[in-house]
Design a protein. Structure first.
Length: 337
């Protein structure tokens, strides 16, 4: 295969660990042949914490363990943007934080974590508009807030990736593309997630259409899929904690083969664009949720992560996209041979 069409494989480490300990996460990823992981929830010996809550001592411990297991951080899996846009009661349990305080504290902390773990990427979201309202009515406010987050990341030489996810302002590729166009900041890119569209009732053809809308602003992809137990029915609000039926990429209804085939054609230019921002390539970040999904995370277990990785590799092989998993040469290099 040509290196012109190579992607970098990664995944959310906490999905692969039964108790979310650092050693469990790193051992699973090393055994699977992965060299990058996205850092979200982890237990470094003081209980499970979100990356935003890690102490300096825990950060240092993790950096030593990363060296031991040959891992690097692909992205900071922050919860930035998973708060209410407005301080109104809408029947959800989502919290509201005044934006100025949020920017000065939480966004600053996410940038500090990215620098601490030597990654250029922060995964984030696009804020919850009041349930039952038209997200387009709130575009000016979210453009302003995401614009300020992007500017903070730009000043820190980082990139903020906005994940496509149900119930948020960026719940479709069309809305995310419009947000990106209006923000107009090189530090803001978009994260495509096919499973997060299919679980809303989008058909495979509609998922592809949404992907095409995001292509000019694409940063990287999350890989998970969804298989409807019943015929697809579009939903305006999803009970995120009740979501199940997530499946590996080759088994779902999203049409990953077609999506990745289309990605293949744009890889050289996308790779070049990302490298200009100091990003080591185009990440496909596994977030499979094959055993459980929820509002703030999911779970696959070490076995589920392995199944999801092999499934993705089958699709990549079929559409002729190259990737790298650890081999004997890597082991020899690590041993100084």
């Amino acid at each position: 295969m040509s290196e012109n069409f190579q992607v970098t494989l990664s995944g959310f480490g906490d999905e692969a660990a039964n108790q979310k300990t650092a050693v469990q996460q790193f051992a699973a990823f090393a055994a699977l042949g992965l060299q990058y992981y996205s850092l979200r929830f982890i237990d470094v010996g003081e209980g499970i914490k979100n990356v935003m809550k890690l102490s300096m001592g825990e950060i240092q411990t993790l950096r030593h363990l990363e060296d031991e297991y040959g891992l690097n951080v692909a992205s900071i899996g922050s919860p930035i943007g998973k708060v209410k846009l407005l301080d109104v009661e809408d029947g959800t349990s989502n919290v509201f934080v005044p934006f100025k305080k949020y920017l000065e504290k939480e966004v600053k902390k996410a940038c500090e974590m990215a620098h601490a773990f030597e990654t250029k990427l922060i995964r984030g979201f696009s804020f919850y508009h009041p349930r039952g309202t038209d997200p387009r009515a709130h575009l000016p406010q979210v453009v302003d807030q995401l614009g300020q987050i992007a500017e903070a990341c730009l000043r820190s030489d980082l990139t903020y990736g906005v994940e496509l996810e149900a119930n948020l302002m960026g719940q479709t590729g069309e809305l995310l593309a419009e947000i990106h166009r209006q923000v107009n900041n090189p530090a803001l890119l978009l994260i495509f997630d096919a499973g997060n569209l299919t679980c809303q009732g989008f058909s495979a053809g509609e998922v592809l259409e949404q992907f095409r809308m995001m292509k000019p602003a694409l940063g990287w992809l999350h890989i998970k899929d969804y298989r409807h137990p019943e015929p697809a029915r579009r939903q305006t609000h999803i009970d995120e904690e009740a979501l199940k039926h997530f499946v590996p990429a080759e088994l779902g209804d999203s049409g990953h083969e077609t999506i990745l085939r289309e990605l293949r054609g744009m890889l050289p230019k996308l790779d070049e664009k990302l490298r200009r921002r100091g990003i080591p390539g185009v990440f496909l970040d596994l977030e499979p949720h094959v055993k459980a999904g929820g509002q703030y995370g999911g779970f696959s277990g070490p076995d589920g992560m392995g199944v999801a990785l092999r499934s993705l590799c089958k699709v990549l092989d079929y559409v002729s996209i190259d990737y790298h998993l650890r081999d004997f040469d890597d082991i020899c290099a690590a041993r100084g041979f």
